[in-house]
Ligand binder design. Structure first.
Ligand code: NDP
Length: 270
């Protein structure tokens, strides 16, 4: 078991990760490109590395949580000669291909990668409900999971290192779809002079809560659709939303996308 952990990146998320690991009694070393962000963590027992190579060489896992794939590459490149034997856990959001390519690059330098996707926000790290997607070699996951568990429930999604990113981006698509829909709803009510706050509290929130289980059906929508979800009726009903948006002078782009997706679903089951 790797009880020692280094954390590269002390942005909002990196700080939350380091904090949860300290809280769980892990021996934590931290590094950030811009110095001066480790203050509180150091006061709580973290050690600050003076270089990336020092953090990676400290033994144990190295958790990487930077802005994007480019910043990860930029950060790791100078430490490449020191990577042999290291195990990295990349919790930086990125694409499927980026995760696969980083795995290959690390492999060429004698290091292993567990790719991750954080299904939490900084304040929910380490709280109930937070979970982290991991993909890569199963033995790596089995060894790392108990050490990383304080961040959120570890959930392995396959050997392909790109799958954590794949599921992460797919889940975010679902989330942004819901939030774009809610945003459109508020825009529409506001455009017609409705009471946005009351609508949000008394109508939109209870409605979305009631519908949430139906929005993620148990069956793949492209294979079969539950009886009560009739895409032909939905596609027709959507015309009403588009009409209401047009009348109110509210944007109609979202409705257009939804119409296209409902018609795709309808033709898929014909
Ligand atoms: P922040 O913007 O708060 O922090 C970004 C971090 O990346 C900083 O430590 C910054 O260092 C570092 N960085 C940026 N560019 C470079 C570079 N070229 N070289 C080295 N370091 C660099 O972002 P977050 O901490 O919120 O997010 C980090 C990752 O976590 C992202 O991939 C994000 O998608 C993911 N994530 C974030 C969530 C959130 O709600 N915040 C939720 C789920 C995932 P410096 O201080 O020097 O600028």
């Amino acid at each position: 078991r790797h009880e020692r952990i280094s954390v590269l990146g002390l942005g909002a998320m990196g700080r939350a990760l380091a904090s949860a690991l300290l809280e769980a009694g892990r021996e934590v070393m931290v590094w950030n490109r811009t110095p001066g962000k480790a203050g509180d963590l150091v006061a709580r027992g973290a050690r600050e590395a003076s270089s990336v190579a020092e953090a990676i060489g400290a033994g144990g896992l190295t958790v990487v949580c930077l802005l994007d794939d480019a910043s990860v590459r930029e950060t790791l490149a100078p430490a490449a000669p020191k990577l042999a034997g290291a195990t990295l856990v990349n919790l930086t959001s990125g694409s499927v291909r980026q995760a696969r390519e980083l795995t290959t690059w690390l492999d060429e330098h004698g290091a292993r990668l567990l790719a991750g996707g954080i299904m939490a926000v900084p304040p929910t790290i380490g709280t109930e409900g937070a979970f982290i997607l991991y993909s890569g070699a199963r033995d790596l996951f089995d060894r790392a999971a108990p050490v990383l568990a304080p961040l959120g429930r570890p959930h392995w999604v396959g050997e392909d290192p790109g799958f954590a990113a794949l599921y992460d981006m797919a889940a975010l698509s679902g989330m942004y779809g819901m939030s774009a829909g809610a945003d459109h709803a508020l825009t529409l009510v506001q455009a017609e002079g409705g009471d946005v706050e009351a609508f949000k509290r008394e109508v939109l929130q209870p409605w979305m809560e009631q519908m949430l289980p139906f929005m993620v059906p148990d069956v793949g929508v492209h294979e079969a659709v539950p009886d009560e979800f009739n895409p032909a009726m939905q596609a027709t009903g959507l015309e009403n939303i588009l009409a209401a948006s047009g009348e109110a002078g509210a944007p109609t782009e979202l409705g257009g996308h939804l119409r296209a997706s409902l018609w795709r679903m309808r033709s898929a089951i014909r």
